[in-house]
Design a protein around this ligand. Structure first.
Ligand SMILES: [Ca+2]
Length: 232
């Protein structure tokens, strides 16, 4: 029984995120590098939590995308299951928000592993919870071809990148970004999927995203309503 107790304690301890960016400290913008057409601000109104959030504003005049990134801190991320957080974009703003881990190799180019956070149009000015499993990050380029080939370290980067549709500058807020362990990731992922389904069930007039959605025929609508009620 003692062994079981130790396992349970270990499970409880695992409930804390490995690492969290709250963006609440005065110096929270430091360390975030940005593309030339992207600006960073950590004091947008109404952060998701605490005193600040990370706002990055992209001017699409020259490039139809922008990004911010920063080196990872010295932390053991070997047990991290995914990246959890919240994002927000103004109503009517379309485009795809993505997350990258950029792995450094001395004297070589970075290796990029990317995955979707979500459609900005889904936000419509509200905070949207996201979870990107690390196993869902796909290799794009660079000498390191597998994310778990070596431990993540402080030479590696966490990057947020977004495309911009149209010619008007846009801004995106992210807040409370954590590397989470498997015990939390399962609960979070279920909650995020539930919220996605609820957004799909919104009447057409309330939907903001321009991306192709499920064709909600009557039988599919019934299926997704049943799934939403089941909490799956
Ligand atoms: Ca915050």
């Amino acid at each position: 029984m003692r062994w079981v107790g130790l396992v349970l304690l270990s499970t409880v301890a695992a409930a804390d995120p490995v690492l969290t960016y709250t963006f609440d400290d005065e110096g929270a913008a430091e360390g975030w590098n940005r593309k030339s057409n992207t600006n960073v601000d950590i004091r947008p109104p109404d952060p998701h939590d605490g005193a600040g959030a990370l706002r990055f504003a992209i001017d699409p005049t020259e490039f139809a995308y922008g990004w911010v990134h920063r080196p990872l801190p010295e932390a053991d991320l070997s047990q991290a299951e995914g990246v959890h957080g919240f994002y927000r974009a103004a109503r009517g703003v379309q485009g795809r928000l993505r997350l990258y881990l950029c792995l450094a190799t001395p004297d070589e180019e970075l290796s990029y592993f990317g995955g979707d956070i979500g459609e900005r149009g889904d936000s419509a000015g509200e905070w949207i919870e996201f979870h990107v499993p690390l196993r869902a990050l796909a290799y794009e380029r660079g000498p390191i071809r597998a994310l778990r080939q070596r431990p993540l370290g402080s030479a590696d980067l966490l990057q947020f990148i977004s495309s911009v549709e149209g010619r008007q500058p846009i801004s995106i807020d992210v807040d409370t970004v954590s590397f989470v362990l498997a015990a939390d990731a399962a609960v979070i992922a279920k909650r995020v999927r539930q919220a996605e389904r609820e957004r799909m069930l919104l009447p057409e007039a309330e939907r903001q995203g321009a991306h192709p959605r499920l064709l909600l025929t009557e039988d599919r609508l019934a299926y997704y309503r049943a799934k939403a009620q089941a909490g799956d």
